[in-house]
Design a protein around this ligand. Structure first.
Ligand code: GLN
Length: 192
C-alpha cells in the first residue's frame, strides 16, 4: 500500500520509518503531484503556522482537498490534527484549516513547550495502553456528528476518527510502537 507523508516541515521522517516498518510503502510528499496514487496521507506534527504557509505556497490546500474527495485517507498528528480540522479555535490570520474533519481544535492548549508531557492512553481499538507523547499539543475541543472519539486524556479528546480521517494530538511516530500506524493502514485507509 502506498502512503505519503507531507514533508514540508516537522516530524515527517519518523512517520515514513514507522509506516515502512508497519508494512506500507511510504514516501515524502513535497509537491502536490506526489499525491498521485497515494491511499493515505499523514500530515505530521511540527509548527502548524509554518506548514500552513508552505501548503499555500505549493498549492496543497486544493490538492489535498481534491485527493481526499476522491478517497485518500488523511491522518493528522498534532500540527496535522490542527490543519485537518474544520475550525481552529484560536487561529492566527493566515492559518486556514483544510476543513476535512468535523473537529474544533485549540492550539497549544496545554501551555508552552515546557508543558509537554507523556501519558499512557487507553485507546479502545488497541488492546494495551499506548504511550502518548504530547508536545505543545492542541486540544480537540469539539467534534461533530459522525466523529468517533478513540481516546481521551483526563477527559480531553486526544484521538478521533471520522470515516477515513484520523486525528491524534500526540506523536505515535516518536514511540517505536507501531500500533497507531497499523490502525491507520488497516482501519482508516479505505474507511471512507
Ligand atoms: N503547537 C504546534 C502548532 O500549533 C503543534 C505542536 C506539534 O505539532 N507538536 O502547530
Amino acid at each position: 500500500m502506498r502512503v505519503g507523508v507531507l514533508a514540508l516541515q516537522g516530524a515527517f521522517r519518523e512517520h515514513i520509518l514507522m509506516l515502512e516498518a508497519a508494512g506500507a510503502t511510504a514516501h515524502a510528499v513535497r509537491l502536490p503531484e506526489q499525491l498521485d496514487g497515494v491511499a493515505g496521507l499523514v500530515i505530521p506534527g511540527g509548527e502548524s503556522t509554518a506548514i500552513a504557509k508552505l501548503m499555500r505556497t505549493y498549492g496543497f490546500y486544493e490538492a489535498i482537498r481534491e485527493c481526499h474527495g476522491s478517497g485518500m485517507a488523511v491522518w493528522g498528528t498534532c500540527a496535522g490534527a490542527i490543519l485537518s480540522a474544520q475550525t481552529i479555535a484560536d487561529a492566527l490570520p493566515d492559518q486556514e484549516p483544510l476543513g476535512l474533519m468535523a473537529t474544533t481544535v485549540r492550539r497549544n492548549a496545554y501551555g508552552r513547550q515546557v508543558d509537554s508531557f507523556e501519558a499512557d492512553l487507553a485507546i479502545g481499538q488497541l488492546d494495551l495502553p499506548f504511550r502518548g507523547v504530547f508536545i505543545r499539543a492542541p486540544l480537540i475541543e469539539a467534534v461533530g456528528e459522525g466523529v468517533k472519539v478513540l481516546a481521551r486524556h483526563r477527559g480531553d479528546i486526544v484521538a478521533a476518527q471520522e470515516c477515513d480521517m484520523l486525528a491524534t494530538t500526540f506523536h505515535p511516530e516518536l514511540t517505536g510502537d507501531l500500533r497507531v500506524h497499523r490502525y491507520f493502514l488497516e482501519h482508516v485507509i479505505g474507511a471512507g
